[in-house]
Design a protein around this ligand. Structure first.
Ligand code: LLP
Length: 456
């Protein structure tokens, strides 16, 4: 199938782009509700078709806007939270803590206590130090502290119960992706090494302490276009489950193969169809379980592949400038009213995106010019070349609107205030076409709310 045939990325019509820019200003994150719901349904159905009873977990780090969390939960997802902040976001979105799974390579004692008191459904255990902390909390009969109880609306006398525990395994798989987002290899801060026996020792320690451990987890990397790493990771944790049954009589109830399926940032990225992907990882997990009698709930935990393609970022071009680059060559910069602070991914990972003109400022001129190369730059005091050498209409003009596709994941959630820029608003395009702001633009009051200027 040609790359474009499966291109289902959300994009704005010129009319919608103009309306959004006028009503909400730019830069602006825009999310399509029907795209997001449709994609989650597609993924869940594909997973359930090959693994009835399986659960899809939304990795909320990809986008923890409350509306996104609520939609993901309404569509049947559990929620992966990687910090107390993400857990609080899920609770604020009305999601029961019992549907949340807490992750993190360094969970603090107060964070774990908060998770216990809130009643999170599952904690993904990452280190021996954490096992000891969990045991301490599980042994304490103490009700949640008044502070925690108040924060989560729980009666202070309610006793805490240890959530189900799942052991995160580093299966020694090295995926083909950017090194900053690979996590399954041996050299990683995440989880328990499989080959050196740490994962087995972690299980035994949990059992020795009487902790309610139910299974194994791995997440090998992100934006993976070749599914081999997840296949190998799934197979490795299923093999571990089979081995632990044979050696220790431990019955695995949950196996979670993490997230990682890639998305189409540009047409050079051609991710696998989700039906094929689910079949592949499920078959990999099933094979070692054959004949063991084990029938764990299979889980996946995608973030990007559920929400990235549902989002675009809308910018306004403010400056178009052509500069000499030597030997008679030139480069044309189109500077937009955002940049590094709303999308750090090009600077961090060298990520490339699809950039389109969303609407032209000069509505009188109907003709489309041919394409020319532009370097779209942000307005930060950095080289901040957001999108290098992209094709845009040659008559791109100051005031035109640009849309960058596939920015629904790891943009809003990774935004910063560098150069004291205000973080953009997010608008949800509802299924009926109406526009619902779900996060308003930051204000200067908020920007300076934490400052303390002592008498200097
Ligand atoms: N589960 C765990 C334990 C994870 O660490 C992650 C991502 C996921 C699930 C979801 O992975 P996904 O399906 O979204 O690939 N900031 C980087 C991505 C870092 C991902 C970290 N972990 C980026 O912008 O590409």
């Amino acid at each position: 199938m040609p790359a474009s045939a499966r291109d289902a990325r959300f994009r704005l019509s010129p009319d919608l782009a103009l309306t959004l820019a006028e009503q909400f200003g730019t830069p602006l994150y825009v999310l399509s509700e029907s795209h997001l719901r449709g994609r989650i349904r597609e993924y869940r159905a594909a997973f359930r078709a090959v693994a009835p009873g399986s659960r899809l977990v939304f990795a909320s780090k990809a986008n923890s806007t409350l509306a996104v969390l609520k939609i993901a939960h309404q569509e049947g997802c559990l929620i992966d939270v990687a910090s107390e902040g993400e857990l609080r976001a899920a609770l604020l979105a009305g999601i029961p803590a019992s549907d949340c799974h807490l992750h993190g390579n360094y969970k603090t004692m107060p964070e774990l206590a908060f998770a216990f008191a809130a009643g999170v459904g599952e904690i993904v255990v990452d280190s021996f130090a954490e096992i000891e902390m969990l045991s301490e909390l599980a042994r304490s009969e103490a009700p949640p502290s008044a502070m925690v109880a108040k924060a989560i609306g729980l009666p202070a006398e309610e006793p805490v119960r240890c959530p189900d525990l799942v052991i995160r395994v580093a299966p020694g798989v090295d995926p083909a992706t950017h090194q900053k987002i690979s996590t399954g290899q041996d050299d990683t801060k995440f989880g328990f090494n499989l080959a050196d026996g740490s994962a087995e020792r972690a299980l035994l320690r949990c059992l020795e302490l009487g902790l309610p451990v139910v299974g194994f987890h791995c997440h090998v990397g992100s934006q993976l276009l070749d599914p081999e790493a997840q296949r190998a990771g799934g197979e490795a944790i299923a093999q571990l489950a089979a081995d632990m049954l044979r050696r220790h009589g431990f019955e695995t109830k949950v196996l979670n193969v993490g997230g990682g399926l890639g998305v189409r940032y540009t047409d050079a990225d051609d991710p696998m169809a989700v039906e094929d992907y689910c079949r592949l990882v499920v078959e990999a997990m099933r094979a070692p379980l054959e004949g063991t009698g084990l029938d764990p709930v299979l889980m996946q935990e995608p973030g990007r592949s559920l929400v990235a393609e549902a989002g675009v970022t809308l910018y306004r071009v403010g400056v178009v400038k052509t500069v000499p680059t030597g030997e008679g060559r030139t480069r044309t910069y189109a500077s937009v009213d955002g940049g590094l602070s709303d999308n750090p991914r090009p600077a961090l990972y060298g990520s490339r995106y699809t950039v389109l003109r969303a609407a032209r400022v000069d509505q009188s001129d109907e003709g489309e010019a041919g394409a020319a190369k532009f370097t779209v730059a942000g307005r930060h005091c950095e080289t901040d070349k957001l999108f290098v050498d992209v094709d845009l209409p040659a008559d791109l003009a100051e005031g035109d609107l640009l849309q960058v596709l596939c920015t629904g994941a790891y943009n809003s959630s990774m935004a910063s205030n560098y150069n004291r820029f205000l973080r953009p608003a997010t608008v949800l395009v509802r299924e009926d076409g109406s526009l619902a702001p779900v996060q308003r633009r930051e204000t200067y009051d908020e920007l300076f709310a934490r400052e303390i200027l002592p008498a200097l």
